[in-house]
Structures are given as C-alpha cells and as structure tokens.
Design a protein around this ligand. Structure first.
Ligand code: SF4
Length: 72
C-alpha cells in the first residue's frame, strides 16, 4: 500500500522546503505553504524523496501515513 503525505497545518511555518525537495508532488502557494499537485498519495518511486522531505521539515509538520490509516 502506498503512503500518503500529511501536513500538520498547526505546525507548518510555510517556508516551502518540502515543495523544493518534492516538486513532483508539491508546489507552494503565495505564502510558501505546500499545495498538493494530486491527492498526496506517494508513488513508490517517490518514497525516498518523500522520506527526505519528512526528515528535513524544520517544523516537524510533514509526515507519511500508511494508506490503511484514516488519520491522514
Ligand atoms: S517543509 Fe515543513 S514547515 Fe516547511 S512548508 Fe513544508 S511542511 Fe511546512
């Protein structure tokens, strides 16, 4: 099952690092907050880049959630 990206909007500070690291999935709005290009399901080929984006998020606002979980 594919993971999904989840943004904790209460923690995200909108500097757009994740969109720089994962441009295939994310773009940013005028304030730098990430905007999904699709439904946030991570294709297997982008798992490594998604994990890097999660690990480098300075606000710990980005995480991967399993597709079978309902708290994404
Ligand atoms: S890297 Fe983290 S804090 Fe920065 S815009 Fe993305 S989710 Fe928000």
């Amino acid at each position: 099952m594919s993971n999904r990206l989840h943004v904790d909007w209460t923690a995200c500070d909108g500097r757009g690092l994740c969109a720089e690291l994962l441009p295939e999935m994310l773009t940013e709005d005028d304030w730098g907050y990430p905007v999904a290009r699709d439904d946030m399901t991570v294709p297997p080929a982008l798992e490594p880049a998604a994990r890097q984006a999660v690990n480098r998020c300075p606000a710990l606002a980005l995480r991967l959630v399993g597709a079978d979980r309902r708290d994404a």
